[in-house]
Ligand binder design. Structure first.
Ligand code: BDR
Ligand code: CA
Length: 313
């Protein structure tokens, strides 16, 4: 089988960075056509910088990094330096990138790749707010039926919220964009907090990655040390959750995940519950299913995969 063609839309973020590395370490299964950046964890200038830092760390300066939206569709940007640090990628000392941003803006690049590749061959992998994806679907509605699917990290049902009591960060930041994506008719798979809070990087798992002893795994270990302090304090869990790598792991090993094909709607009206993913997990409405909502990940298998792949870089 030829590798699956993907575009990673991202706001790095330490967990985004690990997701990018996992994809770049898996060329037999995944061909990364482009990385597109969006404002989210930190403002766009930093997410664009960080995406290029990660490409250089992986020795993949051939991957074009396109800059996208600086702001959500209708809201003021909310960022998450309290989780990711001032740079968005605190925890490892890495040089500023030499790799330049690609000339084509992100939304144009997304449309261009989807139109150029055979129908049904491109999968979008959003790891941040869905602003770029919504803009692409609005500007070029024809791409919806050409996409193989969208596999995204965002939302929560049983875990409810991490940025407010009701909402997960990526959906909270741009709920109108999330609504456009979920109403687009594209096959959508959602990796919500319900699953990603099971992918905890415990000390033992982090030690196994650090023991590989390459520049890549040293950086990952530094990022994880920094990043996990937030969730450790907040949830008292055994390690920080590797949210975004779950998207890439799902593409590589869907057998590690379980979910339900259900209806998912986004709250855009209420301030109190803005960005809540109202997931009909128990199928108590007649609303048509529009997403596969993942509920579990087999964490040991996930970390075995991640560790084995990072060792390849
Ligand atoms: C999501 O928000 C960001 O902070 C992470 O990178 C992840 O994409 C988790 O809620
Ligand atoms: Ca992210």
């Amino acid at each position: 089988m030829p590798p699956r063609k993907i575009i990673i839309d991202t706001d790095p973020g330490q967990d985004d960075a690990v997701a990018i590395l996992l994809a770049l370490a898996s060329p037999e299964e995944l061909e990364v056509l482009a990385i597109t950046t969006v404002a989210g964890n930190v403002p766009l200038a930093l997410t664009s910088r960080n995406a290029r830092v990660v490409c250089e760390l992986a020795g993949r300066t051939d991957i074009p990094v396109h800059e996208g939206a600086t702001q959500p569709l209708k809201r003021a940007l909310v960022t998450a330096e309290h989780v990711h640090g001032k740079t968005g990628l605190d925890g490892a000392e890495l040089p500023d990138p030499e790799l330049a941003v690609a000339a084509q803006p992100a939304v144009e690049a997304i449309v261009h790749h989807i139109r150029r590749e055979p129908p049904g061959s491109v999968t979008l992998c959003p790891l941040g707010p869905l602003t770029n994806i919504a803009l692409a679907l609005q500007h070029a509605p024809d791409i919806a039926e050409r996409l193989a699917g969208i596999v995204l990290m965002g939302g929560a049902y049983f875990e409810v919220g991490n940025i407010t009591p009701a909402a997960e960060f990526n959906i909270y930041v741009d709920p109108e964009a999330a609504e456009i994506v979920l109403k687009s008719g594209v096959p959508v798979t959602i990796l919500p907090l319900d699953a990603t809070h099971q992918a905890l990087i415990t000390k033992e798992r982090l030690d196994a990655i650090a023991a590989i002893g390459t520049p890549v795994t040293e950086a990952v270990a530094g990022w994880m040390d920094f990043y996990e302090r937030f969730d450790l304090e907040k949830y008292g869990s055994a390690g920080g959750p590797l949210h975004d790598p779950c998207v890439i792991a799902y593409l590589l090993r869907p057998d590690l995940f379980e979910g339900r094909h259900i209806n998912v709607e986004i709250e855009t009206g209420s301030d109190l519950t803005r960005g809540m993913t109202v997931a009909d997990w128990w199928r108590v409405t007649d609303r048509a299913p529009n997403a596969t909502f993942i509920g579990t990940v087999e964490a040991n298998g996930f970390f075995a995969l991640l560790t084995e792949r990072l060792a390849r870089l």
